[in-house]
Ligand binder design. Structure first.
Ligand code: ADP
Ligand code: MG
Length: 554
């Protein structure tokens, strides 16, 4: 065989590896889940390619993952008969960080301190590289399905890796073998009970059966049967099993906040198992981030890039298994299929329905959920015209009178003052600063509730000309604030909007002094304590939106 080629890791990978190698993260067990999930992905990719090319399966059609313990030489070996990789494949996928959102992860790592960093490793699956938490050297020997040549990738995780060829009898007939040379302090993993317990706890529901050999020449024993959890009846599935499955499908290590498992029967039939996570994925606001719902057709994984949910529900994880889509359809064609759009519509309705139910039956759980994903759901207010009404009912806001709690618009409308015709809001970049704005004084003095809108999406949806029960949304910074119609409570000091002689001569002085810098200077009802504030004129851009556009270079 030719001499192996040495390559340097991409800078981000080197950084990540440095963290893995020096990781003090206590829960190193997660490396196994990452490797098993890659092996299962590889089996599913093969199953998909074999629809068009059945010859790829050859004599060995059933997917399988085998874990072998070699305690004598301190090695742990994982093998799958999936799609496999060529040498160039390995240089590409095991030398770079291809995952979307990993950049965001690296940024949050850079910002975090010691303890928090290790927490982040735990929350975010770091994929293949987590092997270096337990191994001082990793060899990946692989043969791409349908090819004769096999290749080996090897690294100690310290900056470089090599890629070379191996002879046919040293490689699996098809698929990938990963050999972990365990670190001294990770020797524990070369024990049967450890591995068995980890597989049951983390990967019991991957859709590929897992066999364990406790010695290289021992008989294997099946420790996970590869049945698809979503095809089993709901009543037989424990919360623990759902959680375990959620972790393997979502690549997140928290727990689901909501679980949605149902079978749709009607014009089209499909199974859904979907989860709303408990915590935010790191790349939630990455503009490239796509939805993460997987599409299966009769238990065969097809793609995780089909748009099964609208963008504003991109935090939902899980899968749809369709009985109607043809298996041999290209991924591109699937996107245009009327079956897919029916599923999308049904699924979106179900997810929103489940959110509504939670809002009604468990307001505390819903408040937490809104805290985590509300900023994303609000994107739907301008993206999904059809469902705007239900999204408005789902929306929660902090307001000038809510004392830090979330309020619904129903609550707001019910508490409106006599003569109040609009829903007032103030936008800005953080709640405290908005709440301290002098623009709110006149509203406070009259006991009028104002929504505090701190997210960048807020400036967009409020301008969509939308209303709630016929009440338009109106910015406190825009134009005359109709406050004169609503009386101050007795005893409160009113600032006089109607101009006395003194006021009008002061206004004239201001106009002269400020000149073209402002379009108008006028007395206002909106202030009680502060002397002046800046407002946008009626119909002009809201001040916060103006700032956003200026930042975006518009
Ligand atoms: P992810 O699984 O999110 O893509 P990983 O770091 O876990 O990220 O894996 C990186 C890539 O390496 C995978 O996308 C895949 O292309 C490749 N890979 C890893 N393990 C295997 C395997 N057992 N068989 C085939 N390809 C693999
Ligand atoms: Mg992976």
């Amino acid at each position: 065989a030719a001499k192996p080629q040495s390559h340097a890791f991409e800078a981000d990978v080197a950084k990540l590896l440095h963290m893995m190698v020096h990781s003090v993260y206590s829960d190193k067990d997660v490396f196994l889940r990452e490797l098993i999930s890659n092996a299962a992905d590889a089996c599913e990719k093969l199953r998909y390619e074999a629809i068009a090319r059945p010859d790829l399966l050859g004599e060995d059609p059933a997917p399988r993952i085998t874990i072998t313990i070699d305690a004598d030489s301190n090695r742990l070996i994982l093998e799958d008969n999936g799609i496999g990789m060529t040498g160039p494949d390995m240089a590409e996928t095991l030398g770079t960080i291809a995952r979307s959102g990993t950049k965001a992860f690296m940024d949050s790592i850079a910002a975090a301190k010691g303890d928090e960093q290790t927490q982040l490793i735990g929350q975010f699956g770091v994929g293949f590289y987590s092997a270096f938490m337990v191994a001082s050297r990793v060899d990946v020997i692989s043969r791409r399905a349908g090819q004769d040549e096999a290749a080996i990738w090897s690294s100690d995780g310290l900056g470089t890796y090599t890629v070379g060829t191996v002879s046919a009898d040293e490689a699996p007939a098809r698929g990938t073998r990963i050999v972990l040379h365990l670190m001294e302090e990770a020797k524990d993993y070369a024990q049967r009970y450890r591995i068995e317990q980890m597989v049951r706890a983390q990967s019991g529901h991957v859709p590929v059966p897992i066999t364990l050999k406790d010695k290289p020449d021992a008989e294997g024993e099946q420790i996970a049967d590869g049945t698809a959890l979503w095809t089993r009846p709901k009543s037989e599935i424990s919360e623990e099993e759902y959680k375990d499955f959620y972790r393997s499908v979502a690549g997140q290590w928290d727990a689901p906040a909501l679980t949605l498992h149902y079978r749709a029967e009607g014009r089209y039939e499909y199974n859904v198992l979907a989860f709303v996570p408990e915590s935010r994925p790191f790349d939630l606001f990455d503009p490239d981030r796509k939805g993460r719902m997987k599409l299966y057709v009769r238990r065969v994984f097809i793609t995780d890039e089909a748009e099964l949910l609208p963008r504003y529900l991109r935090f939902v994880r899980g899968l749809v298994d369709s009985a109607d889509l043809p298996l041999n359809v290209s991924r591109e064609m699937i996107q245009d299929s009327p079956i897919l759009s029916t599923i999308q519509k049904g699924l979106t309705g179900k997810v929103l329905g489940e959110l509504e139910k939670t809002a009604k039956n468990d307001p505390a759980a819903y408040a937490k959920l809104w805290d985590t994903f509300g900023a994303v759901i609000k994107e739907g207010l301008y993206e999904d015209f059809e469902r705007r009404e239900s999204l408005l009912r789902l929306a929660r806001f902090k307001t000038t009178t809510s004392g830090g709690e979330w309020r619904s618009l129903d609550d707001y409308v019910a508490a409106m003052k006599e003569n109040q015709t609009a829903i007032y809001y103030a936008t800005g970049s953080d709640i405290e600063r908005i709440a301290a704005s002098p623009q709110l004084e006149g509203f406070r003095a009259r006991g009028i509730e104002v929504l505090l809108l701190p997210d960048s999406v807020d400036s967009f949806w409020v301008r969509g000309g939308i209303d709630m029960d016929g009440k338009p949304f109106k910015s406190v910074t825009q134009g005359a604030a109709d406050l004169s119609l609503i009386p101050l409570p007795e005893g409160a000091e009113a600032s006089k909007a109607e101009a006395s002689d003194e006021v009008s001569s002061f206004l004239a002085f201001m106009r002269e002094t400020l000149g073209d810098a402002v379009s108008e200077v006028r007395a206002s009802d909106r202030l009680t304590d502060s002397a002046v504030c800046l407002v946008a004129s009626e119909g002009a851009l809201d001040r916060q939106l103006e700032k956003l556009l200026a930042n975006a270079g518009q």
